[in-house]
Design a binder for this molecule. Structure first.
Ligand code: TRP
Length: 439
């Protein structure tokens, strides 16, 4: 139970409620959702099983686990995971900061006061504000470091036992509310109808990348949490449970947001502000809207926190295990580095003392480029490494024993291994080649 809670806390986060709906909107809906679901089942689930297995076998953090089971060249994938951890947390914290700002707005009653037209421009103003972005980003990092260094992580995870079902419950209430809206039918068709014409190669890459991002795999977070898993627990059914819960919340988020978007005539493909514009609009008209808005954003901040903890934990536990640092030193140092790398992301939207062009690279703003680089390339690459390593390098006796230990689903061993040996690597490489225009 401890493992499933921690792992679900890591998986369910901004990826489900902020990112998935917005990239579904940008990629035109249905066909993208279908590819994403296929990636979860055929690629994500087998890789998650592999990661948990490596963690439980070695009782180590990623770099140490690669060293323990094969070493050599493979350790590169441990390093890659650390890099991904730094990059992801740096902008993740900025988005969590936005959720904190909206929690504050809801608490002070401003969302209902302003009404649907009044809340629309808040996001643009927030995105452009140097001061607000920096303030919330740094505050969120301070809280994350405090949790990881203070050894209260288990305590937070116990809270998840109450707050995760609360989030699910709230989403169901909002779904009922969305059901009464004029835009519901259109939203349903947008999310579940098959509109192949809107799917691009970049969209396929993004669906694959997001499957990794949302399940917290490809960088060693699940590997690290896998060391919490009891020998008597079942790896495969834990992974299945986490994936189902995670996917359910992501699809629910779409069915909560898109009805609002279509009812109020907003743009489905409007980008990262989607949840932050649509939810306040709906809440500003709901009975007890201030209360619901507060609960929604506060739960979103909490979900972001349990995910951020897992990201920082990977980086910190590397320094603890491999460098012999104290937990306090490891979490403070890595937190400070992440906070600094996150500054350009926090400044992406505005003009500021560093000048206008400061926060952009590759023709995208810093925030978008970091997300693009980490989710779409680093995580699938890490997943490729993990599956090749597990399937081709790790000793079969160790791997088989670990898979069977505590398992009620031992019959899947051969199938899982085949998928990991061939299907996962081929799929990832094909999507990569397709994205750069070779296939
Ligand atoms: N899965 C989280 C989300 O959907 C984000 C996250 C936490 C993550 N830990 C991770 C992503 C490790 C990739 C790797 O919000």
């Amino acid at each position: 139970m401890g493992f499933v809670l921690a792992a679900a806390g890591s998986a369910v986060g901004l990826g489900n409620i902020w990112k998935f709906p917005y990239i579904t909107g940008v990629n035109g809906g249905g066909a993208f959702v279908l590819i994403y679901l296929a990636c979860i089942v055929l690629v994500g689930l087998p890789v998650m099983v592999a990661e948990i297995l490596l963690g439980r076998t070695t009782q180590k953090s990623p770099v140490g686990a690669f060293k323990a089971l094969g070493g050599g060249f493979w350790v590169v994938f441990g390093w890659l995971g650390l890099l991904a951890g730094f990059v992801i947390l740096s902008y993740y914290s900025v988005v969590a900061g936005w959720a904190m700002h909206y929690t504050y707005l809801a608490l002070s009653g401003q969302i209902v006061e302003l009404g649907p037209e009044g809340v629309k421009p808040i996001f643009g103003a927030l995105f452009a504000s140097t001061r607000l972005n920096l303030f919330w980003h740094l505050l969120f990092m301070v809280i994350t470091v405090a949790v990881v260094s203070g050894g209260v992580k288990k305590g937070i995870e116990r809270w998840a036992r109450i707050l995760m079902p609360a989030l699910l419950g709230l989403m169901l209430i909002l779904l009922v509310n969305a059901f009464t809206m004029d835009g519901f039918a259109r939203a349903f068709d947008f999310v579940f109808g098959f509109h192949a014409e809107s799917l691009t190669a970049a969209g396929v890459l993004e669906a694959l990348g997001h499957a990794f991002f949302t399940l917290s795999i490809g960088m060693g977070a699940m590997l690290t949490y896998g060391s919490y898993l009891d020998r008597s627990d079942d790896i495969v059914s834990s992974a299945v449970m986490i994936s189902i819960l995670d996917t359910a919340i992501a699809l629910l988020a779409c069915m909560v947001l898109f009805p609002i978007i279509f009812t109020f005539g907003m743009e489905a493909g409007s980008g990262p502000g989607l949840v932050f514009v649509s939810i306040p609009i709906a809440m500003s008209q709901m009975p007890a809207g201030s209360f619901f808005a507060f609960v929604f954003f506060a739960l979103l901040v909490f979900a972001a926190l349990t995910s951020a903890i897992s990201l920082l934990e990977v980086v910190a536990s590397y320094m603890i295990d491999e460098k012999g640092w104290s937990r306090l030193k490891a979490s403070v140092v890595s937190g400070v580095v992440v906070a600094i790398i996150g500054v350009p992301s926090a400044l992406s939207g505005g003009t500021h003392i560093f000048g206008d062009g400061f926060a952009s690279v590759f023709g995208m703003n810093w925030f978008d480029s970091f997300d693009y680089l980490a989710s779409n390339w680093l995580l699938p690459l890490g997943g490729l490494g993990i599956s090749l390593f597990t399937a081709w390098r790790v000793d079969d006796a160790i791997r088989h024993r670990e898979f069977l230990e505590g398992s009620r689903l031992a019959v899947f061993y051969k199938g899982w291994l085949l998928v990991l040996k061939f299907l996962v690597p081929v799929a990832i490489v094909l999507v990569f080649l397709h994205a750069i225009g070779i296939v």
